[in-house]
Write a protein that binds this ligand. Structure first.
Ligand code: GLA
Length: 753
């Protein structure tokens, strides 16, 4: 709800208030962003500047902008903190002119995507002496607030805009900034820095949101934890270069802002033109990091992903990439599809290599003719055969890129984006100039034609060139991309779009407005995924994270992990399989079959349940919760000898209710025990001999089986788990997995009739 009285604005979310007021001098003074308060608290909450101005520049008698918490700040008028807006004129000074409150959201005109489904929008019109107007937009979505800014050149001369943030705000207090950084196969590594007097900048400059620096970030009060303390979360509905900064002033105000990166950004605004900054998401919780994550998850599921896919279960898929790479033909694919279908997969995805001369990553991008050698019956026959096996069919595209060795490049070399210097390549490719209408038309026509040529109900939209050498035009490229996506998928809403950019190079809210899921990382090693999916979980729900089980030893780490753990980690996302199924031995087939059955039983919970990170001692613990039911995954990295007792602590349970906890049935390969098998087998076996190798393909031993009942309060305090392997023999009730072992527990409330 948005209310206004005597220059005081009160935006109320489900559990928060956001308050600001018009100062007598016209600037907007920020008063509060936190727990619900009353508008009558405004004066009590306002900062009380002291009167010793000393060397400060005064805006007017008794008003020093430098020491006040502001909603937006100009430059050159006494506020020497960072400004959210830079123009070619020396100073900027925006003051309140008028405001409107409208029902629903105010549609963006540039083509940028935005969150949908807010009840009201506040637009505050700010004016500048030079005839420039600034509009500040605010929308409340349950637990989340969005803000954005639009600059309009109402003057008679052109302006040069070099920076326009989506929002800026001054929050009283000291904070730590948590960001998620990394690179290819190393996304979302979490780090935290204290925000002090020096500016902390978090920025991507590649032209994309990028896996180098994830746009979403958090500010927390020192000492905040998963379920306590004040934490703010921020994110941007945009897929291009982003910028965020935080800095603490002498007076103890932390200025935070976020928007398009000003790096290389310079735009001419002719008289009458406007520039729209992307929508930013702001979220507060008094219940720690977990509180912010829960709100952001709900926001993404309810207001960001395309309407058709909101809370719609995502299928379990099989993707042929890691199993086949470019080496496949129709028969091999059908063989894989039969195996995938038998295991329980619901969607078969043909990845790269089906078109043009694409037998490696040197050629073919830009072309859309099906390779007749690999697929003599075309996509239609393949899709029909997959459908006949009871599975949906999905296809990979990389429409934004072109290989110089392609029909398209030979016909239109000028369609490739260059920066005027000799081309530099990423994965042997250049990007197409999506700012050109004819390029966008080419992509829309060709992708649409392919999609309509067969029964294709899933698209993996990849992009493997990591930068746009475009400066300010990168914004137009991103608008071009959104235009293409809107035109192709707007009228095909049933197609499940999974966005990918060499893994997580474009994992952002902008892409999520079109694609209900995103491929988190090309790194599918489950132990690496503990970091990647854990990092993503701060900002994004499980329903948007593509999480696949792949082969071990792993392609990127050489790490050998149990199939159980590969499955257990992938359960906490959108489960898929990406390995050569032909090489599975019978126990692996059984294990995968049982994983898929388990996932389908609890899919609603895994994809849309309330997700919690549980702070544990020597393991990673994730929990998903629904009405009367909870599932916890406990994951170990390296074990040590003589491990101590271990408890499972859950959260969000009803203290006085009783629950039954059962481990998910899982098993151990006998081969894992090598020479140790002599301790359990009645006869002595050669650890490298054929008997053990054969047994390993067919037999498993139960592992970590546990069942108990306890009250919610005992489960929250921590119930004792069965012992871990201690070198004293095999105990079927114990947990004997060794390094990278894991267990999943289902905890159900016992209903007393
Ligand atoms: C990228 C993607 C992979 C796969 C390959 C195909 O690397 O991230 O998942 O689709 O391209 O070339």
């Amino acid at each position: 709800m948005i209310s206004h009285e005597n220059g005081l604005f009160h935006l109320q979310g489900e559990d928060f208030s956001y308050l600001f007021r018009v100062m007598p001098t016209g600037q907007l003074e920020h008063l509060h962003f936190g727990a619900r308060v009353s508008a009558e608290d405004a004066e009590a909450l306002a900062c009380k500047p002291h009167l010793g101005w000393g060397g400060s520049v005064l805006y007017s008698e008794g008003v020093c902008l430098d020491v006040l918490p502001l909603e937006w700040s100009g430059s050159g008028r006494g506020d020497y903190r960072e400004t959210p807006l830079e123009l070619n004129c020396a100073a900027t000074d925006f003051t309140y002119e008028s405001h409107t409150v409208m029902e629903g959201e105010a549609e963006m005109v540039s083509g940028l995507p935005q969150a949908r489904g807010c009840s009201q929008t506040l637009c505050v019109n700010m004016t500048h002496p030079g005839g420039i107007r600034l509009r500040l937009y605010y929308c409340v979505f349950g637990g989340v607030l969005t803000r954005r800014a639009v600059l309009c050149n109402n003057s008679s001369e052109s302006l040069w805009l070099t920076k326009l943030m989506s929002f800026s705000v001054d929050l009283p207090g000291s904070y730590e900034m948590t960001t998620f950084d990394g690179g290819w196969i190393a996304e979302m590594r979490r780090s935290k820095v204290a925000v002090g007097a020096g500016r902390v900048v978090h920025e991507s400059t590649t032209g994309f949101s990028s896996f180098l620096h994830q746009p979403g970030f958090l500010l927390s009060q020192p000492g905040a934890g998963e379920d306590h303390g004040q934490v703010y979360g921020f994110n941007l509905v945009y897929s291009g270069s982003h910028y965020a900064s935080a800095q603490r002033s002498l007076q103890g105000l932390t200025r935070v802002m976020q928007g398009i990166s000003p790096d290389n950004f310079c735009r001419e605004l002719a008289p009458g033109e406007a520039f729209e900054a992307p929508e930013a998401v702001l979220c507060w919780s008094g219940k720690g990091f977990g509180g912010v994550s829960e709100k952001l998850h709900r926001f993404v599921n309810s207001h960001i992903v395309p309407k058709y896919w909101q809370y719609r279960q995502r299928p379990v898929l099989y993707n042929d990439w890691e199993g086949c790479m470019f080496d496949f033909n129709e028969n091999r694919l059908i063989d894989l599809a039969k195996r995938a279908g038998k295991l329980g997969c619901e969607l078969f995805v043909l990845d790269d290599g089906w078109f043009g001369k694409r037998n490696n990553d040197l050629a073919g991008l830009g072309d859309y003719t099906v390779n007749p050698k690999k697929l003599p019956g075309g996509l239609k026959r393949l899709a029909d055969r997959v459908n006949a096996l009871g599975m949906q069919f999905g296809l990979w595209f990389e429409p934004e890129a072109v290989n110089p060795d392609s029909e398209l490049y030979r016909a239109h070399p000028d369609w490739a984006l260059t920066d005027g210097l000799s081309p530099v390549y990423g994965r042997n490719e250049l990007l197409l100039d999506l700012t050109k209408p004819e390029v966008r038309d080419y992509i829309v026509e060709n992708v649409s034609r392919v999609l309509d040529s067969a029964n294709i109900t899933y698209v993996k939209w990849d992009m493997n060139r990591h930068s746009i050498a475009l400066g300010a035009r990168a914004y137009d490229y991103i608008l071009g991309l959104y235009d293409v996506l809107r035109r192709i998928f707007g009228c095909r809403e049933h197609i499940l779009l999974e966005s990918c950019a060499s893994g997580g190079n474009r994992f952002d809210l902008g892409m999520l407005c079109f694609s209900p899921q995103i491929w988190c990382s090309d790194d599918t090693d489950p132990i690496e995924r503990l970091t990647i999916q854990d990092g993503l979980s701060y900002l994004y729900p499980q329903s948007v994270m593509g999480a696949h089980v792949s082969a071990a030893p792993h392609a990127q780490t050489l790490r050998a992990t149990p199939l159980t753990t590969r499955g257990n980690v992938s359960f906490f996302g959108v489960l898929g399989y990406e390995l050569d199924l032909k090489h599975l031995v019978s126990v692996e087939e059984k294990q995968i079959g049982s994983q898929i059955r388990f996932y389908k039983t609890y899919r609603e919970l895994f994809q849309f349940g309330t997700f919690r990170r549980i702070e544990g001692e020597d393991a990673v613990c994730w929990q998903v919760s629904g009405e009367g039911i909870h599932i916890a995954g406990l994951f170990h990295r390296l074990v040590s000898a003589a491990p101590g007792y271990q408890r499972l602590r859950l959260r969000g349970l009803r203290h006085d209710r009783r629950y039954v906890l059962k481990s998910r049935e899982q098993s151990l390969r006998v081969g894992q025990f090598g020479a140790l098998v002599k301790h359990v087998a009645p006869v002595s076996l050669d650890p490298n001999g054929i008997v053990l190798r054969t047994a390993d393909r067919h037999y498993t031993m139960p592992d970590g089986t546990q069942e108990l009942t306890a009250t919610g309060s005992a489960l929250e305090s921590g119930v004792m788990l069965s012992p871990r392997f201690m070198g004293t023999g095999f105990d079927p009730k114990g947990r004997n997995q060794g390094d990278f072992g894991s267990n999943v527990y289902v905890v159900r409330e016992i209903f007393q009739g």
